[in-house]
Design a protein around this ligand. Structure first.
Ligand code: FAD
Length: 450
């Protein structure tokens, strides 16, 4: 075999890249191909924040390949049509790509009718571990999944290739800018730099500063002590296999807790692979008849619900295209349970903004919080005041993101409505959109718990 295509998708890296590795092993010349998939844009999933990160990641990948004597070949259009076109132009006999899990990816792979490199985006590929019992095609509960996941052997880390030989004369478009990828809309002001190099730098820095205490600090909202690697993992600029190998080389509890979080990522991927409909339909329906109040949903999106910790989270999301997991959980609980709004409304807003916005992790975490997913306590409601006092006890996170309340010291910032009349009037900050007790009662009644 002389020419093979390595079709990059959510695996934009050179280190520990099984698809590229397989292509290089089977052919002397390889076309490293990325197709700017017009189907993704047509479906509304190419949003400014992810476009900005993707543009960085493609430029970085191209630079890495050029450093090895190759280059990235860029085409725009339907992935299957463009890939077949490149195969015809170059006489490529094989196309290598990573297995996807969404319905969209599965359809694309079927149309391409090619051999998939089994190592997809997950550490343990969907279906590799299964619960016992007839007809069970995935785990619906995390803890037993995690036990089996831990017992799986991890493949070794593949080295980055030393050289990549691309056949001469293959036509390529320029590496697209964010503006070309997504002409409409403006990216959030404080996005991370995309790409493998940026991801590796972040991991190295976080390994030194954050990993050891991760288990104690992962819920610390103002401490911002999580890895912030999710966007690099989403685009495959970092390999989860490599991260687990590096983390497991250490013995501290922080490393264990970090590996457990990476297993959550795999868990959601195996659920979506078995139930692709869960991207839009309830995984376990509760018969909800959701409310929709435009003013309330707008207040939630803009960070003006009158609950400072919820508003802090929503404003961080607008500003950074990223949000701490604890904040994601409490803003999602507020929308789906306290306001009793359909999880799909929130999930769509997150997908519009999150750089790490991911069909499996986003939709299934939203379902988890809404109680239509895999949470074994589907009717739990996170009270934003209790959450604020536990995870932002001195109010620092709120003061950082809700500057109009920054003069309020300590935990008082969590309840501005408690101020006396004239004092309250000094703050340009809305009253709560809902009374928490009323919201709770409404939710319980809707779920038949009262
Ligand atoms: P760390 O705490 O450093 O964790 C390390 C890695 O583990 C993360 O980068 C991520 O890849 C994985 N991880 C951690 N927690 C989870 C989890 N609960 N589920 C799946 N993987 C996890 N994560 C996404 O990557 N994309 C999404 O679109 C997404 N949407 C979410 C929506 C909601 C409503 C909720 C509650 C969570 C969502 N998450 C999503 C999961 C989680 O919040 C983020 O992965 C995490 O906050 C990213 O920050 P980090 O990289 O610092 O995480």
């Amino acid at each position: 075999m002389d020419v093979a295509i390595c079709l990059f998708s959510s695996d934009l890296r050179l280190h520990d890249q099984p698809v590229l590795h397989a292509a290089l092993r089977s052919a002397t010349q390889v076309v490293p191909l990325f197709v700017v998939d017009t189907g993704v844009a047509d479906a509304g999933f190419m949003v400014p924040n992810r476009a900005a990160f993707l543009a960085d990641a493609l430029a970085d990948l191209d630079a890495g390949l050029r450093g090895r004597g190759g280059r990235l070949v860029i085409r725009t259009g339907d992935v299957v049509t463009e890939t077949c076109r490149v195969a015809a132009e170059t006489g490529a006999g094989e196309v290598h790509l990573a297995a996807g899990v969404s319905g969209y990816a599965l359809r694309r792979e079927r149309r391409l009718g090619t051999e998939l490199t089994a190592a997809g985006r997950a550490l343990v590929p969907p279906g590799a571990v299964l619960p016992s019992g007839p007809g069970k095609d995935h785990f619906a509960v995390f803890t037993p999944y995690f036990r089996r996941w831990q017992a799986e052997g991890l493949r070794s880390v593949l080295p980055a290739p030393r050289s990549v030989r691309v056949p001469a004369g293959v036509r390529s478009e320029d590496v697209p800018s964010a503006q070309v990828l997504c002409p409409d809309g403006t990216p959030s002001p404080a996005l991370p730099a995309g790409g493998e190099q940026a991801g590796r730098r972040r991991f190295t820095a976080w390994q030194r500063s954050g990993l050891a205490d991760y288990q104690d600090r992962q819920d610390d909202l103002p401490g911002d002590a999580t890895s912030r690697l999710s966007s690099y993992l989403h685009f495959g600029c970092l390999s989860p296999v490599e991260l687990v190998h590096k983390a497991s080389a250490r013995t501290d509890p922080g490393a264990e807790a970090f590996v457990r979080q990476l297993a959550w990522r795999d868990f959601h991927h195996q659920v979506l692979a078995a139930r692709p409909d869960a991207a839009s339909a309830d995984y376990r329906t509760k018969g909800d008849r959701w409310r929709y109040d435009e003013a309330e949903v707008t207040a939630w999106k803009e960070g003006r619900t009158g609950y400072p910790v919820v508003d802090a989270g929503m404003r961080q999301l607008l500003h950074e295209g990223w949000l701490h997991n604890r904040a994601r959980m409490l803003v999602a609980s507020f929308l789906t349970k306290t306001l009793y709004v359909d999880w799909r409304v929130g999930a769509r807003h997150f997908l519009d903004l999150l750089v790490d916005g991911d069909m499996a992790n986003n939709q299934l975490n939203w379902q988890w919080v809404a109680g239509t997913g895999t949470d074994t306590r589907p009717n739990r409601v996170l009270n934003p005041l209790v959450q604020a006092k536990r995870f932002d006890p001195r109010g620092e996170y709120v003061r950082r993101w809700v500057p109009e309340l920054s003069a309020l010291a300590g935990a008082a910032v969590h309840q501005p409505w408690k101020l006396s009349g004239p004092e309250r009037a000094a703050y340009d900050y809305p009253d709560p959109v809902v009374d928490l007790a009323d919201g709770l009662l409404r939710f319980k009644r809707a779920r038949g718990l009262e």
